[in-house]
Design a protein around this ligand. Structure first.
Ligand SMILES: [Fe+2]
Ligand SMILES: [Fe+2]
Length: 290
């Protein structure tokens, strides 16, 4: 289909991930990394440093004394926020794009991904095989970025999609995207992950977060974690417009994530609390960035 070809081409034309963000992701992908490595990468990037200090000194982290270095900011914010800020800065042009194809508002995609990221990190200790919490968090941040790319193409097809929905033609929004464009946000997200040279596990998350059983064996537990995080984000009230209505949970998650319904509810509550605390800080970090 012509549309899907031009969408994939538009991914290749997107600017690459900044070297610092790419390095941070690589470091976080290694479960034995040290805090020192994270500080060193963040310090080398003036824009990331400036945002980290602004967030660490913001009201959300009310401190008595001023935080003046990345080294001092890291224990205040935690690694995940630092990586979230770095990713937020270099992907802000995508996250801040209006989600017209999903009838979503500006900033909604970022809120959804942040809530999913927090939930995924909270779920990670329940994985049957160990999954680094930071990797789960990063997967959550990135999982739906394909939406930012296809949203404007989808906007032209809205009438067709709504008609198909009303006629019971589509089982979920992903199939509706596929029918309208010949591709979907997961496939496009996967292409974006490859374009950015992301670690393979994160590309798997972007590609398979709606159907985690299709993920490669090595990344499958991580993809199930983000899939559950995605569901919790929507249940918690951070969806991305129209696609939220038809989200189907893949029940085979229990083979990869040993979590009870009760524990999932607790994760939802903890996620909500942390989300409220982090939202102002990280959203501020995105403001004014490119
Ligand atoms: Fe998605
Ligand atoms: Fe999502």
């Amino acid at each position: 289909m012509v549309v899907s070809k031009s969408i994939i081409e538009s991914v290749r034309a997107l600017r690459p991930l900044s070297p610092s963000a790419a390095q941070l992701l690589q470091v976080m992908n290694n479960p034995n990394h040290s805090l020192r490595e994270v500080v060193q990468i963040a310090q080398r990037d003036a824009v990331i440093t400036a945002h980290i200090l602004r967030v660490a000194n913001s009201a959300a982290f009310a401190r008595r004394s001023e935080v003046s270095t990345v080294e001092k900011a890291l224990p205040v914010l935690g690694e995940r926020t630092v990586v979230g800020i770095a990713l937020g800065i270099c992907t802000a042009h995508l996250f801040n794009a209006p989600l017209e194809g999903y009838a979503g508002e500006k900033g909604e995609l970022w809120r959804h991904c942040l809530r999913c990221a927090i939930a995924a990190r909270e779920i990670s200790p329940f994985a049957a095989a160990p999954v680094a919490p930071e990797l789960a968090f990063t997967g959550g941040i990135l999982h739906d970025l394909g939406k930012a790319v296809i949203s404007s193409y989808l906007a032209n097809e809205r009438d067709k999609i709504v008609e198909g929905y009303d006629g019971g033609q589509f089982s979920d929004y992903l199939s509706a995207e596929q029918a309208a464009l010949g591709t979907n946000h997961a496939e496009v997200g996967g292409a974006l992950g490859v374009h950015w040279n992301l670690p393979a596990a994160l590309v798997q998350v972007m590609l398979h977060h709606h159907h985690p059983h299709n993920a490669g064996e090595q990344a499958r537990a991580l993809v199930y974690i983000v899939h559950l995080g995605d569901f919790i984000a929507m249940m918690g009230g951070s969806g991305t417009g129209t696609d939220t209505m038809s989200y189907a949970i893949d029940q085979s998650y229990s083979a990869y994530v040993k979590i009870s319904k009760r524990e999932l509810e607790r994760v939802m509550i903890r996620t909500g609390d942390e989300f409220e605390q982090m939202t102002s800080a990280t959203l501020n970090a995105q403001e004014g960035s490119v």
